[in-house]
Design a protein around this ligand. Sequence first.
Ligand SMILES: [Zn+2]
Length: 370
Amino acid sequence: MTLMYTIAAEAQNAKPEPQHLKPRPPDHNRMTHTHAGHDSVMPACPGNDSVMHAQAGIRRNRLTAPRPRPRIRLSRVVFRGCLMPSHYLAQVEIDGLEIIGYSVAGEETVVAMPQLDVCFDIGKAPDQIIAVNHVLLTHGHMDHAAGLAYYLSHRNFCGMAPGVVLAPKNLLGPIRDILQAWGRLDGNSIPAKLVGVEPGDEYAVKPNLFARAFPTKHSRGSVGFTLIERRKKLKDQYHGLTGPQIVELKKQGVEIDYRLDIPLVTYLGDTQYVDFSQLDYIRTSRILIAECTFYEDDHAGRAEAGRHMHINEFVRLIESLDNEHIVVTHTTARTPMSEVRKVLKNDLPKDKYDRMILLMDQRRGRRHTA
Ligand SMILES: [Zn+2]
């Protein structure tokens, strides 16, 4: 199985040190490449005085949670400038981390974690995610990528820094073509920072938060992403030393720290079954965001044809993973949420079922807090 080999090879070849991917040099005069800022409060759109603070964005007081949270500086994204958001998004909160999104197979998929400053796929670019600085695009299907030009263009309109888009390397050419074409149609160039990724690549989203790409089995070049918090820990033998002693060791060039990677979130995007447990950072991610599209017994062939996950494969996958929370995405309008829940409850071991959160079951004013 080619992909299995690829995953195993990728795991072995994982780069030992963080590598900040460099985007390709600008190759057409319609794009401006600059660094996107982090942790910034976005300015209101020009010409719109009706600023609505955090109408659908993240409020500061939600950041308090009883459980330990990542030691990364959480972004504060303020959604401003529109009388009414374009989308009504599902909201989930896990250990103080907010997930907002919409994901229906064939219709639209966009899943954002504003505090981590990332949006997995872009869907049709809901207003609530325009201020998020990084889009992590898994593949080029329309329902996942249609809003890319609007996201980038609207950021420019609102005076924000160019959006950063991580996308499979083989898609950068077509993305540039689309942005150029839209620029000609619109009469304004569309600034963007495009970064091509391949399995094993990492990109620093924040100083100690890295997005790592891994291969999925869906379309040519398709990838998923894991967000990894990277800490430095003092080696055991140096515990108990005084400050000056540590400074002295550092002066002597002694490596007193070791690197500790903590996988926070894995987003699979669209994919057929792959034994993702081969990659430890996926298996142990605190949160897994995974697709499961088909729930009827006789739909295994359709799952295979569309390269999506069937419930039987999903169960096999989940049984091999150790994630604390599993957010299920890419359900279909054809299968009611109550039926999806029933099938999951029936087919999964109880301890696994208890970790399930159905993203699209959190709409209609409901809000899941774990
Ligand atoms: Zn797809």
